[in-house]
Design a protein around this ligand. Structure first.
Ligand SMILES: NC(=O)c1ccc[n+]([C@@H]2O[C@H](COP(=O)([O-])OP(=O)(O)OC[C@H]3O[C@@H](n4cnc5c(N)ncnc54)[C@H](OP(=O)(O)O)[C@@H]3O)[C@@H](O)[C@H]2O)c1
Length: 286
């Protein structure tokens, strides 16, 4: 698979799917209201622009151009069956979608184990996770149990299910978001960090065991990224933007890089933190 293409194809598929689902969600067959359509377009503007941009990058066709339909038709006529055959081959090789999977389920054997993950996937990307401060977790055992379940045990169970499906098809990519918080025992993130540390080690083991069978396990270790998870927190000067982090992760997926720090500077920060003696870790609040 050509480098760079995966990212654009992924973006076309993801944005396309989001837009399609948003249309399906509203009762569009029965709605005949101009304001409804305008509001929809306003609300989904970012995804629509993202789709148009990714489509242009992937195909060379600008959907906003006045002659876009004519150009798409012309390309189709020109390349005819050959194009169709290539598209079918591409779709066969690369399918992407979004799935909402509840990881909070508990009570004995988790239902996460019985999830039906469709066969024929090339990559599974797990971004789900929750965060709570150390103070909040120390004050609430139920919250602690829930965070450990979502960030560790149910994520591992989900990965176990996904891994089996990927391996049945000869391999693929399992990309999972862990955290730099799992690199070292740190006062502000002891419990969250422990869950992510466990997840990181689990993913490392998977990589060791299954790489030769074609399973590429990518462990993402974000530092501070400005997302809804960190909303309201004071961002450090080296905080990352979600888009840049996503680009870095997609590059790692393309290349099969087993561990990726995002933003990249966090590799250096954590190398320093890992090297600090305990006597210093006890004194600092990082
Ligand atoms: N942002 C950072 O600075 C940072 C740093 C280190 C690591 N990370 C890790 O990076 C990953 C992505 O985080 P983010 O910053 O994008 O956070 P986010 O904006 O809060 O997104 C977290 C995602 O997890 C999903 N989620 C939460 N609880 C879930 C559950 N019980 N079952 C299934 N899905 C659930 C959320 O789904 P809904 O939208 O449906 O709630 C959301 O899509 C997480 O694993 C996080 O731990 C983030």
């Amino acid at each position: 698979m050509e480098r760079g293409n995966l990212r654009e194809r992924l973006r076309v598929r993801l944005f396309g799917e989001q837009i399609l689902l948003s249309i399906r969600y509203g009762d569009w067959v029965n709605v005949d209201n101009e304001d409804f359509a305008k509001n929809w377009a306003r609300y989904w503007k970012a995804e629509i622009q993202g789709y148009v941009h990714a489509y242009r990058a992937a195909t060379g066709v600008d959907l906003t151009a006045a002659d876009a339909t004519r150009r798409v038709n012309a390309i189709n006529r020109e390349r005819g069956e050959a194009l169709r055959a290539r598209l079918v081959e591409r779709i066969r090789r690369f399918r992407a979608g979004l799935a909402a999977v509840g990881l909070a389920a508990g009570g004995g054997l988790s239902p996460v184990q019985n999830l039906e993950i469709p066969a024929g996937l090339d990559a599974v990307v797990v971004t789900a996770g929750v965060f709570a401060t150390q103070d909040e977790l120390e004050a609430d055992a139920a919250l602690t149990e829930k965070l450990l379940r979502i960030d560790f045990s149910n994520t591992v169970l989900f990965c176990e299910a996904a891994k089996k499906v990927l391996l049945q098809d000869g391999g693929g990519t399992l990309c999972v978001f862990s955290s730099v918080a799992g690199e070292r025992g740190r006062k502000p993130v002891i419990i969250y960090g422990a869950a992510k540390a466990g997840l990181t080690r689990y993913l490392e083991g998977l990589d060791h065991k299954h790489r030769a069978e074609g399973l590429r396990v990518i462990t993402v270790k974000p530092g501070f990224v400005k997302t809804s998870m960190t909303a309201g927190m004071e961002p450090p000067p080296f905080a990352g933007e979600p888009d840049a982090v996503a680009r870095r992760v997609l590059r790692a997926i393309d290349r099969g890089t087993p561990v990726v720090y995002a933003p990249a500077l966090w590799w250096l920060i954590m190398a320093v933190i890992r090297a600090l003696p305990r006597s210093i870790m006890r004194r600092i609040n990082f």
